[in-house]
Design a protein around this ligand. Structure first.
Ligand SMILES: Cc1cc2nc3c(=O)[nH]c(=O)nc-3n(C[C@H](O)[C@H](O)[C@H](O)COP(=O)(O)OP(=O)(O)OC[C@H]3O[C@@H](n4cnc5c(N)ncnc54)[C@H](O)[C@@H]3O)c2cc1C
Length: 415
């Protein structure tokens, strides 16, 4: 294999493969250095194996990081329409499920990885697998990659090594030392889109409960984030998409030693007054012959009924119609503000993404080029941008990868 390339991409994940394809389409010779035995391992597990690869609803509200607006110039160049077109051209017919969530029509994440690899092959992008990079050096305006297979040299380098989430898919944080070595600052890194652990003993009783609701996250008493959908209670804490969406804020709060708690609202469509009226109807007007536990049947899952009654200090066996207004008000309060003190997250191994990464203040969003080292580019999750659950993290990987790949190739062709 040749040892000199126009561009060397580190990491054959979603962003690295896209960067390589876009650069090669412009005529650059490209090598990808991948330390796993295959490319795109994380793509295979996305969207429960179906790959929710983008979402038609976009905007900075769907992205987080020190400067979420950093995504805008990137998406202007390669946004959702360009992504859909790109994938359709290489074989992925998009299926729009659940109001704007795009999946491949095959509903197989493997097909997304496969078409990217076929396109790499067609464009003669080389991929070196099982490569261990010891060091990347900038010497005489070139990059030298010292690996156990010898030294590779390139004019441009694109770092696309991902974050630290789900390390069995390859993103184990081993790209971070290269970045630091180039003098780049990294913002604090925490797991995101991850289950949260709670303190309350009632969580054990709630294990397995799934209920529609809203989660509100408070840090040092201030409401920071909220989301609505199916809440999943586990013996250790709170899971489900709404919990995932707020988890990055919890992880940062805990990292900085702040008090973090969540309030779960199982009647999110009702005001407190409407909730009180609902319980008055069920317990007083329609509660004849029922005990308190029976008066709740049909409203919430049974395990949740037991916990809510306990929180409101109502005995399950008490006659429903004997419940006082005060007790029913306490029940409404419990059903709408069940407090879970957050003690941790399930960590990087269980997280879908990493929040934090290369500081966007040191990257040019028009090209993804480093502002510190010429011809060094970044793409994907390694950057301090994390998206919400719903196709946003892959969209960031495709977009930043495409912009980095094109800009690196342009820089070489116009020199
Ligand atoms: C379970 C799960 C489900 C998900 N579902 C979705 C979804 O449906 N929709 C969505 O938008 N997002 C989803 N995501 C998130 C999404 O997959 C990632 O944000 C995206 O893959 C990031 O792309 P990337 O190229 O930046 O990094 P990665 O895909 O992590 O790729 C990084 C690559 O670099 C390689 N690498 C790392 N270090 C080195 C090194 N030192 N030397 C050489 N190679 C290296 C890795 O092996 C890997 O191949 C999910 C994530 C998980 C874990």
């Amino acid at each position: 294999m040749s040892r000199e390339f126009d561009i060397i991409v580190v990491g054959a994940g979603a962003s690295g493969l896209t960067a390589a394809v876009q650069a090669a389409r412009k005529g650059a010779s490209v090598l990808i250095l991948e330390h796993m035995d295959r490319a795109g391992k994380k793509i295979l597990v996305t969207g429960n194996g179906k790959c929710n690869f983008t979402n038609k609803k976009q905007g900075i509200a769907y992205y987080n990081g020190k400067n979420p607006a950093f995504v805008l110039p990137v998406f202007e160049q390669f946004g959702v329409p360009e992504t859909l077109q790109f994938f359709e051209n290489i074989g992925i017919y998009p299926k729009n499920k659940r109001d704007g969530y795009f999946y491949p029509a095959s509903e197989q994440a493997a097909s997304v990885a496969e078409v990217l690899l076929m396109e790499c092959k067609r464009l003669q992008v080389r991929i070196a697998y099982n490569i261990g990079i010891r060091e990347i050096r900038r010497e005489a305006e070139k990059f030298s990659f010292f690996t156990k297979e010898g030294v590779f040299i390139s004019n441009c380098c694109i770092i696309a090594t991902g974050g630290k989430a789900a390390k069995k898919t390859g993103s184990d944080g081993s790209g971070i030392p290269y970045i630091a070595q180039f003098g780049h600052k990294l913002t604090d890194i925490v797991p995101a889109l991850v289950q949260m652990q709670g303190k309350q003993s009632f969580l054990k009783e709630l294990a397995g409960v799934r209920a529609q609701g809203c989660i509100r996250l408070y840090i040092d008493g201030k409401r920071i984030a909220e989301d609505e959908g199916e809440l999943q209670l586990t013996e250790f804490g709170v899971s489900g998409i709404p919990a995932f969406q707020v988890s990055r804020f919890a992880a940062y709060g805990l990292l900085y030693g702040q008090e973090v708690y969540a309030e779960l609202n199982f009647l999110p469509k009702l005001s407190r007054e409407e909730a009180k009226k609902l319980f008055a109807r069920r317990f007083i007007a329609n509660g004849a012959g029922k005990n308190a536990a029976q008066a709740l049947i049909g409203l919430f899952p049974c395990k949740l009924n037991v916990v809510l009654l306990k929180e409101a200090q109502i005995s399950p066996g008490q006659q429903a119609q004997r419940c006082t207004r005060k007790e029913l008000n306490a029940l409404a309060y419990a059903a709408q503000t069940l407090r879970v003190d957050i003690t941790g997250t399930k960590g990087f191994d269980f997280a879908q993404v990493t929040a934090g990464g290369v500081d966007t203040a040191e990257i040019n969003p028009a090209t993804m080029e480093s502002l510190l080292v010429p011809r060094l580019y970044f793409a994907g999750e390694v950057i301090d941008i994390d998206g919400l659950c719903g196709g946003y993290n892959l969209q960031w990987a495709w977009s930043s990868g495409a912009v980095a790949g094109r800009a690196a190739a342009d820089a070489l062709l116009t020199q």
